[in-house]
Ligand binder design. Sequence first.
Ligand code: AMP
Length: 284
Amino acid sequence: MIIFKYAEPLARYIQQQKAAGKQVGFVPTMGALHNGHIALIDQSKQATAVTVCSIFVNPTQFNNPNDYQLYPQTIEQDIVKLEAAGCDALFLPSIAEMYPQGTTGLEHYDLGYLETLLEGKYRPGHFQGVCQVMFRLLSMVQPHQLFMGQKDYQQCMVVSRLLTLMQSPIQLITCPTLREPDGLAMSSRNMRLTPEDRQKATAIYQCLILIKQQLNQGVFWPVIKEKAEKMLTDAGFRIDYVELADANTLQPATANLATVYQGARVALIAAFLHDVRLIDNMLM
Ligand code: AMP
C-alpha cells in the first residue's frame, strides 16, 4: 500500500491508474478503523481495480470540540488493517493540506431541509463540515465509485446531494451496517465506552428490533416511540431522537393502523451514554 500525505502525488498516481484503464474506488474515513470500515474496503476491492482509503479527522464537522479532542486515533493499527485488507493507497493528509486557507469562513452548501432535521438539527454545522471535507477529498481523488456506510444514513443522503450540486459523475454505493455479535453497530466511538456502558449500548439495536416488530404488528407509532424511548432511558441513555422517517426523503413517516404507509421507512436513533454519542438506524 502506498501512503500519500499530499494531494498532488496522490492525484498523479490516480491519473496513472485511470490512464491504464483501471476503475478507482474510494473509502473516506476518520480512522480508528474497525471491521465496518474494512467491509467498505472489501466492497470497493470487489467492484474496482484500485482502492483508495483516506484517514482524516475533519475538524470542521465536529460541532462539539470535546468530541473532536477525544476522537480515537490509532493510525499504526489502521495501516496494518488496511495492508491486510489489500487497500492500494492511503491518503493521510494534514489539516493544512486539506484547508490551506484555514478552517474559518469556508464555503456553504445548500442542503435544504436535510440540514435542519435529525442529525442536522442536533449537530448544527455538522453536514456543512462533511460537505467541506468531502468536496475537497472527491476533487483530489476523483474516484469512479465512492463507498459509504448506511450506518450514517443521513450522511449518505447529504453526500448524494453534494454529488448533485457538484454535477459529479461519481457513483455513491451505500454499504450495509456491520454489527458486533450483540447487535451494536460498529463505530470508532465504541472504543470510548466504559465496559459497563459497552454492555448497555446494545439497547439501541434492541430498540430498533422492537420498533420493527411492533410496526409489523400494526402498533400505533407514538406508542412504539414511547416504549423505545423508555427502553433507552432505562438503559441509561440520554436521547437526542428516536424517529421513524421515509427512507427516501427522511421526512417523518408516522403512518398508523388507519393509513398503510406506501413507501419504505427507516427508524433512526441518536443517544448518549455519558459523553459518547451513538447513532444507528434500520430499514423497516
Ligand atoms: P467514519 O470513520 O466513522 O467517518 O466512517 C467512515 C465510513 O465508514 C462512513 O461511510 C461510515 O458510514 C462507514 N461506517 C462506519 N461504521 C460502519 C459500520 N458499522 N458498518 C459499515 N460502515 C460503517
